[in-house]
Design a protein. Structure first.
Length: 389
């Protein structure tokens, strides 16, 4: 493909990256735009304020960008006939059998009705199994009882990731199973928890730790040598920052929560990775699965999987202009229709447009301040599209 990315567009991409770097903005970033075999990377700023220069192989906490990786691992095990997308999870997760459902999501935990059906693997992949984050809980005047219970159990599934506090997988799933669902299975989209449950499910299906499932089915075949649930080389892990009234404050240092193996490998938000590892994952999907997934599995993972009712009930405020595939969003309207990907609340984004063979990855260490990506991600994605000749 000749003239894949224009020189003017690439300069705009570089200028957008430079314009967002600063101690009071984004201390550092690694941004990538790729089309076909052409790859351009900007590594600017520092790993920490006043620290070492940012490098192309810097490690970032990719938070919710973990989710598509978990989906791919799920479909890999489906391909091995270790589970089925439409089977109930009861066989491998008896803790989630015979569910009760809250009459009102904000109601007391003992005010429930029986679930109308079992939870399936598909429900977990599409985030419709009946438990997760919803916009209403963040707008409530008082914490809902179910939210309080998850916090007391340290499940780390209705708020920011917390690998230090989460218990081991068996304890985690037992605790979740002690709570009622918030909605009937299949009724509405609810964010996050489905991917966390998938990690426990996959470990039991394969008979090994979830991290080993990811290593053997995804990371090793794709050469993703730097992606894991903790940073073994903490000198390469960028310090995470959060905005405060006094400026950027440290949220997690390089020797913090992601510097040691966690008890619970969270399939929703636990991984650290690099820009080149994420590019390898994107190219696997663009290439139809390569040796990791079937072409059919890639198609399922990257197309809209929600009904209009499921999306309407749960997606507003989270998925404006998008819908949900398997553990990631898909753009359903506008000039980028058909592109897929997701963001990580610790400061990262990943967008793949198969119609244009385009991948845009933006890795920063500044946490999002809302459910919408900060301007640095918007500007760099716009610049990447402008670079298409």
């Amino acid at each position: 493909m000749a003239d894949q990315l224009s020189g003017d567009g690439l300069e705009r991409f570089a200028a957008a990256a430079r314009g967002h770097v600063g101690d009071d903005k984004v201390p550092g970033l690694v941004a990538l735009v790729a089309r076909g075999d052409e790859v351009h990377v900007q590594a600017l700023g520092t790993l920490s304020i006043g620290g070492e220069p940012m490098r192309r192989d810097t490690l970032f906490r990719i938070a919710s960008m973990t989710k598509p990786v978990t989906a791919a691992a799920t479909l890999a095990l489906v391909g091995e006939n270790l589970l089925s997308v439409d089977e109930p999870v009861d066989r491998l997760l008896p803790e989630l059998a015979n569910r009760r459902v809250l009459r009102r999501m904000e109601g007391p935990l003992d005010d429930t009705v029986p679930a109308t059906r079992a939870v399936t693997v598909r429900d977990l992949l599409t985030f419709t199994f009946g438990f997760g984050a919803v916009l209403e809980m963040f707008m409530a005047a008082e914490p809902w009882p179910v939210v309080t219970a998850t916090e007391e159990m340290h499940l780390g599934t209705l708020g920011p990731p917390d690998p230090v506090q989460q218990p081991d997988p068996d304890t985690w799933i037992a605790a979740l199973g002690s709570l009622p669902l918030m909605a009937q299975p299949g009724d509405r989209w609810m964010y996050n928890t489905g991917a966390s449950v998938l990690g426990v499910l996959l470990a039991r299906a394969a008979g090994v730790l979830f991290g080993e499932v990811l290593r053997s089915r995804i990371f090793e075949p794709l050469g993703m040598a730097d992606t894991a649930f903790f940073a073994s080389d903490t000198d390469r892990l960028a310090t995470a920052y959060v905005a405060s009234a006094e400026g950027l404050a440290v949220r997690d240092p390089s020797d913090g929560a992601w510097s040691v193996p966690p008890a619970f490998g969270d399939g929703a938000s636990g991984l650290v990775s690099t820009v080149d590892d994420l590019l390898a994952f994107a190219r696997m999907l663009l290439g139809g699965g390569q040796s990791v997934l079937s072409r059919e599995a890639v198609g399922d993972m990257t197309r809209d999987q929600l009904t209009a009712e499921q999306l309407h009930k749960g997606g507003k405020g989270f998925l404006d202009g998008r819908s949900w595939a398997y553990c990631q969003s898909v753009i359903t309207e506008g000039p980028r229709e058909g592109a897929f990907g997701w963001n990580g609340g610790f400061g990262t984004s990943w967008l793949v447009d198969p119609g244009r063979d385009l991948t845009v990855i933006v890795l920063t260490q500044r946490l999002f301040e809302s459910s919408q990506p900060p301007q640095v991600h918007v500007d760099l994605q716009d610049a990447a599209y402008a670079a298409i000749a």
